[in-house]
Design a binder for this molecule. Structure first.
Ligand code: PBG
Length: 305
């Protein structure tokens, strides 16, 4: 490594905030770094097809390529966007302390009761399935784009509300007036956590980045992502998982939903942290046994996973 760590990031407001956050934390620990926004896949050329390098993530592939090409030393990601299997030669260098894990609903009308025929916007199958499970008569419309784009679309449509990750809104300093924290909705595995990845053989960079690792967030997100990978759901399937540590215990809740929200299987466990190895896989196995297998088979057909 040259002494200045090059931080690769996408150029959305949220991504830039996260990269700058890592830069600040590194500075506190005595490491100099510089932000390198990586724009589009267009100008990134590799000598092998992406799948041969194990690159699969829609949100992360641009930065993976930049790292493999040596344009940047590390990449900062919203951890929930990162496929559970990292590309060849790229490793987890640190998991940062977690922010708010919950989803929130932003709505135009007063919170009270949701109208019988509310229309809720979200592009996430996990959010859609859980919303329809709770409010079967509501309509879900698709909403995509980065956080700013989605907020704009909410303003310009007559939807009752739209669902966001609280962490994303808080990071770009948006505190909307009418909102409801959806504490009943199981978040995406690793929601609210940031992952810093580096090249496996870049020992000196990894040593610097490791100083940022948060032990508890690392444990919790490992369990959640193990749950996800055991279910073989990928990052788009309607699967939620949340592990929380209090003192010596970890409490895990995981759920698998059918796309229409009609079927759900959930699992909840509380165990001593020292016994938590394999907890994610164990809970996934339980889900599969208790009806999850049928949901997964149907899902894989519907999503062509
Ligand atoms: N897939 C988009 C995405 N990736 C990470 C965040 C927010 C930060 C986080 O959840 O950790 C968001 C926005 C959202 O889900 O509303």
């Amino acid at each position: 490594m040259n002494n200045v760590i090059r931080i690769g990031t996408r150029d959305s407001e949220l991504a830039l905030w996260q990269a700058n956050h890592v830069k600040d934390l590194l500075a506190k620990n005595g490491f100099e770094s510089v932000i390198v926004p990586v724009k589009s896949d267009g100008d990134l050329i590799l000598d092998k097809p992406l799948h041969e390098l194990g690159i699969t993530g829609v949100f992360t592939k641009t930065l993976d390529v930049a790292m493999l090409n040596g344009t940047v030393d590390i990449a900062v990601h919203s951890m929930k966007d990162v496929p559970t299997k990292l590309p060849k030669n790229i490793v987890k260098a640190a998991v940062l302390p977690r922010a708010n894990t919950f989803d929130i609903l932003l709505h135009k009308d007063k919170p009270k009761e949701f109208a019988k025929h509310a229309t809720i916007a979200t592009g996430s199958l996990r959010r859609k399935a859980q919303w329809l499970n709770r409010y079967p008569k509501h309509t879900i419309v698709d909403l995509r784009g980065n956080v700013n784009t989605r907020l704009e679309k909410l303003q310009n449509n007559d939807w009752s509300g739209a669902i966001f990750a609280a962490a994303g809104l808080e990071r770009i300093n948006l505190k909307p007036q009418n909102h409801t924290v959806l504490d009943w909705m199981i978040p995406a595995p690793a929601q609210g956590a940031m992952l810093v990845v580096a090249m496996e053989n870049d020992k000196s960079t990894r040593k610097a980045i490791e100083t940022l690792n948060d032990y508890e967030t690392d444990i919790c997100t490992t369990i959640e992502r193990e749950f996800l990978s055991t279910l073989e759901g990928g990052c788009t399937a309607p699967i939620g998982a949340l592990a929380v540590i209090d003192i010596d215990y970890v409490t895990f809740i995981g759920g698998l939903f059918s796309l229409d929200g009609k079927h759900k299987v959930t699992v909840e466990k509380r165990i001593l942290i020292e016994n938590c190895e394999g907890l994610g896989a164990l809970c996934a196995q339980e889900i599969l046994k208790e009806g999850g297998e049928e949901i997964m088979i149907k899902l894989k057909k519907e999503l062509s996973l």
